[in-house]
Design a protein around this ligand. Structure first.
Ligand code: C2E
Ligand code: CA
Ligand code: CA
Ligand code: CA
Length: 276
């Protein structure tokens, strides 16, 4: 803090101004990126743990900034949420992914991430219905991934929307399971089809010292008792794959079977069927 005279203190931190300015630039760049088609969607295979057949793909957004290069969605999605650009970006991802998935063999599904902020828009369900109609993708081949964050606000409204989404016929997945606070009550109340076991449980789980194996086993058992399927995220090594298989987890996603890839490659893989 620097004395600015007359008993008034001005807090001056140049690096803070710099960060704020950068952010502002990124905000306007993100709007331009959406308008000018600088965003892309890549697809990561989801694989049956025993047969190693591809069952679906998760759609993940990418932004190649014309000057700064790739910007991580972990950085720009929160920004898009803050400036409320997420509804438009989310609809664009949904439309792109559904249009792409409509070209895949009919047993292959697509999973699209939804931000909790998108649940604040009453138009969400009609958007999903419209996109399915426009792209011709059957509802049962679309899976929407949500996180516990969805349930932090206005419970009844969120549950109504989830009901309405399920009524369309889409599938619902709980993302990043085990990383939040009170997942268990959501499992009881929300009709999830799938639970995604977070990467933090999977990585290093094959280490005999790790307690993660016990946690994964418990999550798989709980989900299966509730008639939900589990998918292990972030499986990278043969040891991790063997372990989640041994623990009874039916589905796997991770670098071991493929990094997120462009639509053309996903289509090839989908037609080929097996991930290995
Ligand atoms: P997420 O939904 O949990 O997505 C999984 C992330 O893990 C992806 O990162 C994926 O590339 C990465 N991943 C997959 N397999 C492996 C692996 O074996 N090892 C490691 N180390 N990482 C793996 P990505 O694409 O950078 O996305 C980060 C997060 O950004 C996503 O986490 C999601 O929360 C958000 N995101 C991405 N695309 C979208 C989108 O279209 N809409 C929304 N709302 N959020 C998105
Ligand atoms: Ca996800
Ligand atoms: Ca996840
Ligand atoms: Ca995550």
């Amino acid at each position: 803090a620097k004395a600015a005279g007359k008993g008034c203190f001005r807090f001056f931190a140049p690096e803070m101004h710099e960060a704020a300015r950068e952010r502002q630039l990124m905000e306007s760049d993100l709007r331009v990126a959406l308008e000018k088609g600088q965003l892309r969607v890549v697809y990561q295979p989801q694989v049956d743990a025993s047969s190693e057949e591809v069952t679906g793909f998760e759609a993940l957004i990418r932004w190649d900034h014309p000057e700064h290069g790739p910007v991580s969605p972990a950085v720009f999605i929160p920004l898009a949420e803050e400036i409320r650009l997420i509804d438009e970006i989310g609809e664009w991802v949904l439309r792109t992914a559904c249009a792409e998935a409509a070209n895949w063999p009919p047993h292959i599904s697509v999973a699209v991430n939804l931000s909790p902020i998108q649940f604040k828009s009453p138009a969400l369900t009609s958007t999903v219905r419209m996109v399915l109609g426009d792209t011709g993708l059957p509802a049962k081949r679309l899976e929407l991934e949500i996180t516990e964050g969805v349930f932090l606000s206005n419970d009844d409204h969120v549950h109504d929307m989830i009901r309405a989404l399920k009524d369309i016929g889409i599938k619902l997945a709980l993302d990043d399971f085990g990383t939040g606070y009170s997942s268990l009550s959501y499992l009881q109340r929300v009709p999830f089809d799938k639970i995604k076991i977070d990467r933090s449980f999977v990585n290093g789980a094959s280490d005999p010292e790790s307690r993660n194996a016990a946690l994964i086993r418990a999550m798989v058992g709980l989900a299966s008792d509730l008639k939900m399927r589990t998918i292990a995220e972030g499986v990278e090594t043969p040891e991790e794959l063997q372990l989640v298989r041994d623990l009874g987890c039916p589905l796997v996603q991770g670098y071991i079977f493929g990094k997120p890839m462009p639509a053309e490659e996903a289509l090839e893989l989908a037609k080929k069927g097996a991930a290995t």
